[in-house]
Design a protein around this ligand. Structure first.
Ligand SMILES: C[S@@+](CC[C@H](N)C(=O)[O-])C[C@H]1O[C@@H](n2cnc3c(N)ncnc32)[C@H](O)[C@@H]1O
Length: 552
């Protein structure tokens, strides 16, 4: 496949390409091996680290820059760049010693500090002639033999996406899909050197000299992959799914855009529906109150407004006890039980105190811990009864609180992934089948984790595809039915465990797998194989499962 369309004089230089990459990817951290005068380092303004034993900065560098005057091998042996950057490297530029094994080691070292969504760019990967590619430099313009790194990555790390880019003068290679836990390159280091270190003149493959597989830089920059990688820092985004999305965003950009647009619209639609029918608007601000009596009054007024007429049992989660507030609440609602839970206790003790309080009508979180709001919502949710309310610190950061009714979706259908990874080829048809039966079909990963938990919390009936965030049924603790549609090669141990713990009735609907039992190159290919739901073979069974009345 060739993506190189631009005539020579219109091609981007490496620095122009990097400039656009910074704009599109918006990395939060940057690392550079080989700084020289600082020209490429100056293209970034986020926290960054530059390593070079002989840099001589001639460019103004603004912001949070750390320079290490040492070789990259020495630097990585003694330093963790994440300490300076405050997190993983999101964009790396490897442009140090232009000899194959140095660049390979630079990649091995850099990858350890990446996440799957990081981008690693190598400079000088497309030499124009054999002289330029010599290990032993004898020309003015010099790439060295670093181009072999791309060959090695393709052969030893097929999980990575290696993209040569037609920049002037000497091309770059972009590597996507890093795996910081991989040791393949280290484990085969000597074997790789034995094969790829050649005496000069280098046998540079013709395809490299002709830039046969190189992307036109502008085309690559316009692919919708950079936003996807930018969002890769979200903890619920997994590498497996990310790798599949990278492929789609690069090679079927229109499909990718359509799918994202549809998922966004669907999510908005579901949220609107949920809000209109079952969830009161998220926020009922409670004015800051001077006295415990005022606080009690405004809290109870807010819970009434959120649909909870007469709470009988509520928990107050606060740093320390609030006896005066509890007294005032009891005075306003005689007979109400107020359980006080000290948020300063260990998390396990907080959970135990809430669990032993029984099913609660409301849990009021009075801790000022706004950062932990989503985590807190997820923790508290299981203790609130159906139709109850959760009172959380104000998301807007004011002095009030948010009062939210717990949504009660009865039937949740889970979208297929639409990607090669455990994708159901005819997912849309199966989803319509769910929708006709009153399931709200949604894609959990479109929601923050606390909302995912909330959406599944009271679902009595969940149906979806293996590999599409169906583990959310862990949050479905009402006695529920779970129907999992999957390739017949999938092994549903986790779903079975969750079903046993939560008391679900789990029904598996097995489908034809693209990679059948006993074939494929390993467990992964069988576990993750796409599959087809055969309406002739399994349709009647699925209908019977979904149409059967739920146990009371
Ligand atoms: C081509 S220049 C870098 C240019 C710079 N990235 C830019 O685009 O503006 C290569 C640099 O790599 C540095 N270098 C050489 N060996 C190195 C090593 N082992 N580790 C890190 N940097 C090295 C050299 O000192 C030189 O300044």
């Amino acid at each position: 496949m060739s993506h190189s369309a631009a005539p020579t004089d219109e091609r981007l230089s490496r620095h122009e390409f990097l400039t656009l990459l910074h704009e599109r990817l918006r990395p939060r951290t940057y690392l550079e091996v080989g700084v020289s005068t600082g020209r490429s380092l100056a293209l970034s303004s986020v926290p960054r680290v530059g390593v070079d034993p002989a840099y001589r900065i001639e460019t103004e560098l603004e912001g949070d820059v750390t320079l290490a005057r040492t070789t990259s091998d020495e630097y990585f042996a003694t330093t963790d760049p994440k300490d300076r950057l405050g997190g993983p490297v999101e964009l790396a530029f490897i442009d140090g010693m232009h000899v194959f094994e140095y660049a390979l080691r630079d990649f091995v070292n850099v990858e350890k500090h990446c996440r799957w969504s990081s981008v690693v760019v190598f400079d000088d990967m497309l030499p124009r002639n054999v002289d330029e590619a010599a290990r032993d430099r004898h020309t003015l313009a010099w790439t060295g033999d670093v181009f072999w790194v791309a060959e090695v990555l393709r052969r030893y790390r097929p999980d990575l996406t290696v993209l040569p880019v037609d920049t002037v003068p000497t091309g770059v290679v972009v590597v996507l899909g890093a795996d910081p836990s991989s040791t393949v390159l280290q484990d085969h280091y000597q074997e790789i050197l034995d094969q790829y270190v050649h005496d000069d003149p280098q046998p540079v493959p013709d395809a490299i000299l002709r830039r046969q597989d190189a992307w036109d830089a502008r085309t690559l920059i316009r692919r919708p992959v950079w936003g996807l990688l930018h969002r890769g820092d979200r903890p619920w985004r997994r590498r497996e799914r990310g790798l599949a999305e990278i492929q789609e965003a690069l090679h079927q950009p229109d499909d990718y855009r359509r799918r994202r647009r549809a998922a966004r619209e669907k999510a908005q639609h579901v949220v609107r529906n949920v809000r209109a029918g079952r969830v009161r608007p998220g926020t009922t601000p409670v004015a800051p109150a001077e006295t415990p009596a005022d606080t009690a009054q405004s809290l109870l007024a807010a819970t009434t407004q959120a649909g909870l007429e007469a709470p009988r049992r509520i928990a107050l989660l606060a740093r320390g006890r609030r006896p005066a507030l509890a007294r005032e609440i009891r005075a306003l609602r005689p007979g109400i039980k107020v359980v006080q839970v000290d948020a300063r206790a260990r998390a396990a003790d907080v959970r135990l105190a809430l669990a032993s309080a029984g099913r609660l009508d409301a849990v009021v979180d009075l801790t000022p811990d706004r950062d932990g709001r989503a985590a807190r919502a997820r923790e508290l949710l299981p203790h609130v009864r159906k139709g109850g309310v959760l009172v959380l610190p104000d998301a807007a950061g004011g002095d009030g609180v948010d009062v939210r009714t717990i949504p009660t979706l009865a039937r949740v259908g889970v979208h297929g992934t639409h990607l090669w990874l455990r994708a159901c080829h005819n997912a849309a048809e199966v989803e319509s089948f769910f929708a006709e039966r009153g399931f709200e079909v949604l894609f959990p990963e479109d929601y923050p984790i606390a909302e995912q938990a909330q959406l599944f919390r009271f679902a009595r009936d969940v149906a979806g595809f293996g590999g599409s965030a169906m583990f959310n049924v862990a949050f479905a603790t009402e006695p529920a039915r779970v129907c999992l549609i999957s390739a017949e090669t999938y092994s549903p141990q986790n779903e079975a465990m969750i079903a046993a713990a939560n008391g679900h009735r789990l029904t598996m609907v097995w489908c034809h797998a693209d990679v059948p039992h006993g074939s494929g190159t390993g467990v992964d290919s069988r576990m993750h194989t796409p599959f087809t739901f055969d309406f002739d073979r399994e349709g009647a069974f699925l209908k019977r499962v979904l149409d059967e009345p739920l146990p009371a």
